[in-house]
Design a protein around this ligand. Sequence first.
Ligand SMILES: Nc1ncnc2c1ncn2[C@@H]1O[C@H](COP(=O)(O)OP(=O)(O)OP(=O)(O)O)[C@@H](O)[C@H]1O
Length: 310
Amino acid sequence: MIAVKELTKKYGSTEVLHGLTFSVPDGQVTGFLGPNGSGKSSTMRCILGLDTIGKGEVTFNGKPLSSYRAQRPHIAGALLEPTWYMPSHSARAHIRSIAQAAGISQSRADECLELVGLADVQKRKIKKFSLGMKQRLGLAVALLGDPQHLILDEPVNGLDPEGVHWMRGLIRSSAAEGRAVLVSSHLLHEMELTADRLVVIGKGSLIGEYTMDEFLRTGAQPTIRMRVADPDSFVDATSRLDGVNLTRQTDGSLEFASEAPDLDRRLGELARDTGAVVLEMAPQRAGLEQKFLDATGQAVEYRTQDRRGQ
Ligand SMILES: Nc1ncnc2c1ncn2[C@@H]1O[C@H](COP(=O)(O)OP(=O)(O)OP(=O)(O)O)[C@@H](O)[C@H]1O
């Protein structure tokens, strides 16, 4: 487990992380979300000891990363941006030199290239690699030490749909094997499919730490969308229901929201009692994107101007 406690970070005299505390438990994927400039990359660099920390501490299984010395590649693997490489080196030369410096066997380096699907192009110069191939190579390097903790900054950047699908599988299986995985992404739908839990930050401060279900449920009224054959008469009948808010949608469907947990049963019984022909009935839940915008609305540093001035 990675534990981040009261982490502060300054660039010059400007403090950009203000006492962040959160954890990245084993066996789960923790998504790391925040608007642009909120401090995700800085936090990841501090966790890995690549940037100096102001106050606070970061521990891996209860100990600072610096105390692991030679075992370090087995404790933490990371894919950060930008990945350092020599353009004229082949993928194989690149990963083999890093493996050698870390005391890891050449055969493990080859195995990692295989794992990320680069075995066939291992002799090609990295300068000829696409962004997605460089991401795969960066991941191969992160996996070299078969680390217990994985830290991935925007890992699906530049990947095509097949690559995104593959990366999701790799992240999920890494956690399923017991690793603690911290992953940032701007692709919120992707995060919804990949992460078990979320750490959300804004302007260098923690907004919250949630399970994915908790985050998607918070603040939302249960809502059900219905399509019925004769919406007008069904709308009249719904005046019998207490505490239910109705919104008529432009496509003719009806959206019912209520704090009551038995909204689906009440609507179903009403349809039965009034003989309404139900064409569709489905619970709605706010997606991660809407939840993210709601949670971080006050903490956005760089906001797009709405051209309509609204
Ligand atoms: N090397 C640096 N020197 C000075 N300020 C920096 C440096 N790196 C980051 N910052 C500042 O620290 C703050 C956090 O930046 P950081 O890159 O960590 O955010 P982020 O959440 O990763 O952003 P994004 O989503 O856009 O990648 C920003 O205000 C940024 O301008």
